[in-house]
Write a protein that binds this ligand. Sequence first.
Ligand SMILES: [Zn+2]
Length: 267
Amino acid sequence: MSNERQKPIIGKVIISGSLCCKTGLHIGSSKNNLEIGGLDSPVVRDPISREPYIPGSSLRGKLRSLFERQQGLEFNRYSVQNVYRHECIDKSCPVCRLFGATGSKEGENQPARLSVRDVRLTSESRKILETIDTGLQYTELKFENALDRITASANPRQIERVPAGAEFGFEMVYTVETEDKQQVTKDLQNVLGLLNMLQDDSLGGHGSRGYGKVAVSFTKEAPAILIRKTGYYTGQDKKQNEKMIAVETLDQALADVPEIVQFLSLE
Ligand SMILES: [Zn+2]
């Protein structure tokens, strides 16, 4: 049985853009009960800079779950984090191809072709948020009330969130390890399509109450898509092994998938 992990890397496709919060964003961190006056529901922060950020695993997990639901796949795994998810060893499964799966036997593992880096505030956003005095670093507090249906008593709580308007820069890397042009085309269409769908879904907690609406965009100045063939990394002619594509929208990025595939000179 062929081992998927030993397929040679042909190149990398790096997608970089920004996620703009259209509504407040709450990516929860564990509550510190010992902290006096601590928030009921704090956001996750970088332990050193104390800046709120979106862990790559949160964005990646959201995209995976959207993809699982889009494909109507069975939630057959129950993870340690007490969530049901889909994972299989079917080599043709579009979800496990991109996001990886652990098999029960050796050789069954599917490596993840897509990695998502931690998503940080853009420097411009950081500057703006620094000027807003909410008493918290870069965030705001939203008070929510849960009404007891019997006694009608209110049960107020505070949820910390990154305010609407904040912008984060994201980067995801798709590893090309098949010569199959159609497969790479499909994978890239799936990745970009998931970012597209995310805009009509939500990121982080309390999505059904309006939190976490994000818009994906790219800047015309920076390459939204960077294609690097392995020769780029080994010091061969960089121009020949690297291509930058600047787009402004996801639709444009999707339209450029054939150009990406062509540059990779797949069969
Ligand atoms: Zn699967």
